[in-house]
Design a protein. Structure first.
Length: 254
Protein backbone atom coordinates (compact mmCIF):
# COMPACT_ATOMS: atom_id res chain seq x y z
CA UNK A 1 0.00 0.00 0.00
CA UNK A 2 3.01 2.21 0.35
CA UNK A 3 3.64 2.28 -3.42
CA UNK A 4 0.82 4.66 -4.49
CA UNK A 5 1.55 6.99 -1.58
CA UNK A 6 5.22 7.17 -2.47
CA UNK A 7 4.36 7.89 -6.12
CA UNK A 8 1.96 10.65 -5.10
CA UNK A 9 4.53 12.23 -2.77
CA UNK A 10 7.13 12.09 -5.51
CA UNK A 11 4.75 13.73 -7.98
CA UNK A 12 3.92 16.55 -5.56
CA UNK A 13 7.60 17.10 -4.78
CA UNK A 14 8.45 17.20 -8.49
CA UNK A 15 5.65 19.69 -9.22
CA UNK A 16 6.75 21.90 -6.32
CA UNK A 17 10.35 21.87 -7.54
CA UNK A 18 9.21 22.79 -11.05
CA UNK A 19 7.22 25.76 -9.72
CA UNK A 20 10.21 26.95 -7.67
CA UNK A 21 12.47 26.63 -10.72
CA UNK A 22 10.07 28.74 -12.81
CA UNK A 23 9.85 31.36 -10.08
CA UNK A 24 13.63 31.52 -9.86
CA UNK A 25 13.93 31.77 -13.65
CA UNK A 26 11.51 34.71 -13.73
CA UNK A 27 13.06 36.51 -10.75
CA UNK A 28 15.60 39.32 -11.19
CA UNK A 29 19.18 38.34 -10.51
CA UNK A 30 19.59 41.22 -8.05
CA UNK A 31 17.02 43.38 -6.28
CA UNK A 32 17.80 46.58 -4.35
CA UNK A 33 15.09 48.12 -2.16
CA UNK A 34 15.96 51.48 -0.63
CA UNK A 35 19.61 50.46 -0.42
CA UNK A 36 22.30 52.78 0.90
CA UNK A 37 25.93 52.60 1.99
CA UNK A 38 27.67 54.86 4.50
CA UNK A 39 31.35 54.67 5.39
CA UNK A 40 32.34 55.65 8.89
CA UNK A 41 30.20 57.13 11.65
CA UNK A 42 29.48 60.46 13.27
CA UNK A 43 30.73 63.72 11.74
CA UNK A 44 33.26 61.86 9.58
CA UNK A 45 30.64 59.61 7.96
CA UNK A 46 30.54 59.59 4.17
CA UNK A 47 27.29 58.65 2.43
CA UNK A 48 28.41 56.95 -0.79
CA UNK A 49 24.97 55.74 -1.91
CA UNK A 50 21.42 56.14 -0.64
CA UNK A 51 17.80 55.28 -1.40
CA UNK A 52 18.63 53.08 -4.39
CA UNK A 53 15.84 50.87 -5.69
CA UNK A 54 16.53 48.82 -8.81
CA UNK A 55 16.51 45.34 -10.31
CA UNK A 56 18.95 43.59 -12.64
CA UNK A 57 16.96 41.19 -14.81
CA UNK A 58 18.37 38.21 -16.65
CA UNK A 59 20.16 39.04 -19.91
CA UNK A 60 20.31 42.76 -19.02
CA UNK A 61 22.90 45.00 -20.70
CA UNK A 62 23.32 47.98 -18.38
CA UNK A 63 25.79 50.87 -18.43
CA UNK A 64 26.20 52.42 -14.98
CA UNK A 65 27.36 55.96 -15.69
CA UNK A 66 28.22 59.07 -13.71
CA UNK A 67 31.20 61.19 -12.70
CA UNK A 68 34.01 59.97 -10.45
CA UNK A 69 32.87 59.81 -6.83
CA UNK A 70 29.19 59.50 -7.74
CA UNK A 71 28.82 56.05 -6.15
CA UNK A 72 29.16 53.76 -9.19
CA UNK A 73 31.75 51.48 -7.65
CA UNK A 74 29.91 51.36 -4.33
CA UNK A 75 26.71 50.23 -6.03
CA UNK A 76 28.54 47.70 -8.18
CA UNK A 77 30.31 46.24 -5.15
CA UNK A 78 26.98 45.91 -3.34
CA UNK A 79 25.43 44.18 -6.35
CA UNK A 80 28.35 41.74 -6.28
CA UNK A 81 27.92 41.08 -2.57
CA UNK A 82 31.39 42.47 -1.85
CA UNK A 83 30.04 45.22 0.41
CA UNK A 84 26.86 45.06 2.52
CA UNK A 85 24.38 47.93 2.48
CA UNK A 86 24.08 49.89 5.71
CA UNK A 87 20.40 50.54 5.04
CA UNK A 88 17.71 48.94 2.87
CA UNK A 89 17.32 45.42 1.55
CA UNK A 90 19.54 43.70 -1.02
CA UNK A 91 18.72 40.24 -2.36
CA UNK A 92 19.67 37.89 -5.19
CA UNK A 93 16.46 35.94 -5.95
CA UNK A 94 17.52 34.86 -9.43
CA UNK A 95 20.89 33.59 -8.18
CA UNK A 96 19.42 31.51 -5.39
CA UNK A 97 21.21 33.38 -2.61
CA UNK A 98 24.14 35.62 -1.73
CA UNK A 99 27.01 35.44 -4.28
CA UNK A 100 29.43 34.31 -1.58
CA UNK A 101 27.24 31.25 -1.01
CA UNK A 102 26.87 30.64 -4.76
CA UNK A 103 30.43 30.40 -6.15
CA UNK A 104 30.71 31.06 -9.86
CA UNK A 105 27.25 32.59 -10.24
CA UNK A 106 28.66 36.14 -10.26
CA UNK A 107 31.77 37.31 -12.11
CA UNK A 108 33.49 40.60 -11.25
CA UNK A 109 36.04 42.51 -13.34
CA UNK A 110 37.87 45.39 -11.66
CA UNK A 111 39.41 48.53 -13.09
CA UNK A 112 42.85 48.09 -11.59
CA UNK A 113 45.21 45.12 -11.65
CA UNK A 114 43.42 42.05 -10.30
CA UNK A 115 45.77 39.23 -11.30
CA UNK A 116 47.97 37.62 -8.67
CA UNK A 117 51.54 38.50 -9.71
CA UNK A 118 53.08 35.22 -8.55
CA UNK A 119 50.72 33.09 -10.64
CA UNK A 120 50.84 32.50 -14.37
CA UNK A 121 47.99 33.57 -16.62
CA UNK A 122 46.38 30.13 -16.66
CA UNK A 123 46.81 29.76 -12.90
CA UNK A 124 45.03 33.08 -12.38
CA UNK A 125 42.11 31.88 -14.50
CA UNK A 126 42.04 28.47 -12.84
CA UNK A 127 42.22 29.66 -9.23
CA UNK A 128 38.54 30.73 -8.76
CA UNK A 129 37.41 27.40 -10.16
CA UNK A 130 39.58 25.50 -7.72
CA UNK A 131 38.26 27.62 -4.86
CA UNK A 132 34.78 26.65 -6.05
CA UNK A 133 35.70 22.94 -5.69
CA UNK A 134 36.00 22.28 -9.42
CA UNK A 135 38.25 19.27 -10.01
CA UNK A 136 41.79 20.29 -11.02
CA UNK A 137 41.85 18.77 -14.52
CA UNK A 138 38.43 20.18 -15.39
CA UNK A 139 39.36 23.61 -14.01
CA UNK A 140 42.50 23.71 -16.14
CA UNK A 141 40.57 22.59 -19.23
CA UNK A 142 37.97 25.32 -18.74
CA UNK A 143 40.71 27.89 -18.19
CA UNK A 144 42.48 26.88 -21.41
CA UNK A 145 39.22 27.14 -23.34
CA UNK A 146 38.45 30.57 -21.90
CA UNK A 147 41.93 31.89 -22.73
CA UNK A 148 41.53 30.61 -26.27
CA UNK A 149 38.25 32.46 -26.62
CA UNK A 150 39.86 35.78 -25.66
CA UNK A 151 42.84 35.16 -27.95
CA UNK A 152 45.46 34.58 -25.24
CA UNK A 153 46.08 30.84 -25.44
CA UNK A 154 49.72 31.45 -26.34
CA UNK A 155 50.27 33.49 -23.15
CA UNK A 156 49.04 30.83 -20.71
CA UNK A 157 52.45 30.48 -19.07
CA UNK A 158 53.19 34.21 -18.90
CA UNK A 159 53.24 36.16 -15.64
CA UNK A 160 51.03 39.24 -15.20
CA UNK A 161 54.07 41.56 -15.31
CA UNK A 162 54.69 40.39 -18.89
CA UNK A 163 51.24 41.49 -20.08
CA UNK A 164 50.01 44.81 -21.44
CA UNK A 165 47.07 46.48 -19.72
CA UNK A 166 44.70 45.30 -22.43
CA UNK A 167 45.97 41.74 -22.22
CA UNK A 168 45.58 41.71 -18.43
CA UNK A 169 41.95 42.80 -18.74
CA UNK A 170 41.35 40.09 -21.33
CA UNK A 171 42.69 37.57 -18.81
CA UNK A 172 40.19 38.99 -16.31
CA UNK A 173 37.42 38.42 -18.87
CA UNK A 174 38.68 34.87 -19.42
CA UNK A 175 38.53 34.27 -15.68
CA UNK A 176 34.85 35.24 -15.76
CA UNK A 177 34.18 33.15 -18.87
CA UNK A 178 35.68 30.05 -17.25
CA UNK A 179 33.26 30.29 -14.33
CA UNK A 180 30.21 30.77 -16.64
CA UNK A 181 28.35 33.16 -14.30
CA UNK A 182 24.77 34.35 -14.65
CA UNK A 183 25.78 37.90 -13.72
CA UNK A 184 28.86 39.83 -14.92
CA UNK A 185 29.78 43.06 -13.13
CA UNK A 186 32.59 45.19 -14.56
CA UNK A 187 33.88 48.21 -12.63
CA UNK A 188 35.46 50.69 -15.08
CA UNK A 189 37.10 47.79 -16.98
CA UNK A 190 38.46 50.13 -19.67
CA UNK A 191 39.42 53.09 -17.48
CA UNK A 192 43.17 52.53 -17.84
CA UNK A 193 43.18 51.41 -21.49
CA UNK A 194 43.57 53.22 -24.79
CA UNK A 195 40.62 53.35 -27.18
CA UNK A 196 41.59 50.29 -29.21
CA UNK A 197 42.21 48.10 -26.16
CA UNK A 198 39.06 49.41 -24.46
CA UNK A 199 36.93 48.58 -27.48
CA UNK A 200 38.37 45.06 -27.60
CA UNK A 201 37.55 44.46 -23.92
CA UNK A 202 33.96 45.65 -24.36
CA UNK A 203 33.63 43.43 -27.44
CA UNK A 204 34.69 40.46 -25.30
CA UNK A 205 32.32 41.35 -22.46
CA UNK A 206 29.36 41.66 -24.81
CA UNK A 207 30.30 38.41 -26.53
CA UNK A 208 30.79 36.61 -23.21
CA UNK A 209 27.46 37.76 -21.81
CA UNK A 210 25.71 36.71 -25.01
CA UNK A 211 27.35 33.28 -25.05
CA UNK A 212 26.53 32.69 -21.38
CA UNK A 213 23.09 34.36 -21.54
CA UNK A 214 24.34 36.37 -18.56
CA UNK A 215 23.35 39.83 -17.38
CA UNK A 216 26.06 42.47 -17.84
CA UNK A 217 26.48 45.64 -15.79
CA UNK A 218 29.40 47.92 -16.72
CA UNK A 219 30.33 50.96 -14.64
CA UNK A 220 31.91 53.55 -16.92
CA UNK A 221 32.42 57.29 -17.35
CA UNK A 222 33.06 56.84 -21.10
CA UNK A 223 29.96 57.72 -23.18
CA UNK A 224 31.26 55.69 -26.13
CA UNK A 225 31.35 52.58 -23.93
CA UNK A 226 27.94 53.35 -22.40
CA UNK A 227 26.34 53.70 -25.82
CA UNK A 228 27.17 50.08 -26.61
CA UNK A 229 24.86 48.79 -23.89
CA UNK A 230 21.10 48.68 -24.17
CA UNK A 231 20.18 50.48 -20.97
CA UNK A 232 21.80 53.30 -19.03
CA UNK A 233 21.62 53.96 -15.31
CA UNK A 234 23.12 57.22 -14.07
CA UNK A 235 24.59 57.78 -10.63
CA UNK A 236 24.85 61.32 -9.28
CA UNK A 237 25.82 62.23 -5.71
CA UNK A 238 25.01 58.71 -4.50
CA UNK A 239 21.56 58.48 -6.08
CA UNK A 240 20.48 56.42 -9.08
CA UNK A 241 18.35 57.35 -12.04
CA UNK A 242 17.28 54.51 -14.33
CA UNK A 243 17.03 55.46 -17.97
CA UNK A 244 14.75 53.63 -20.36
CA UNK A 245 16.31 51.26 -22.86
CA UNK A 246 17.63 53.14 -25.89
CA UNK A 247 15.60 51.13 -28.36
CA UNK A 248 12.43 52.30 -26.53
CA UNK A 249 13.63 55.88 -26.56
CA UNK A 250 14.58 55.70 -30.19
CA UNK A 251 11.17 54.24 -31.02
CA UNK A 252 9.49 57.11 -29.24
CA UNK A 253 11.45 59.65 -31.28
CA UNK A 254 10.69 57.93 -34.56
Amino acid sequence: MSGPKDTSDSTVAGATAAVLDRQSADAPLVRCEGVGRTYGTGPLAVVAAYDITCEVPRSARIALTGPSGSGKSTLLHMLAGLEPPTVGRLSWPGLGGHPIDRPGRTGVIFQGPSLLPALSVIENVTLPLLLGDVEDALARSRAKDALGRVGLADLSAALPEQLSGGQAQRVAVARVLASAPALILADEPTGQLDHVAASAVIDLLLLASAELDAALVVATHDPLIAERLTEQWRMNDGTLRNQAARDTLDGGRA
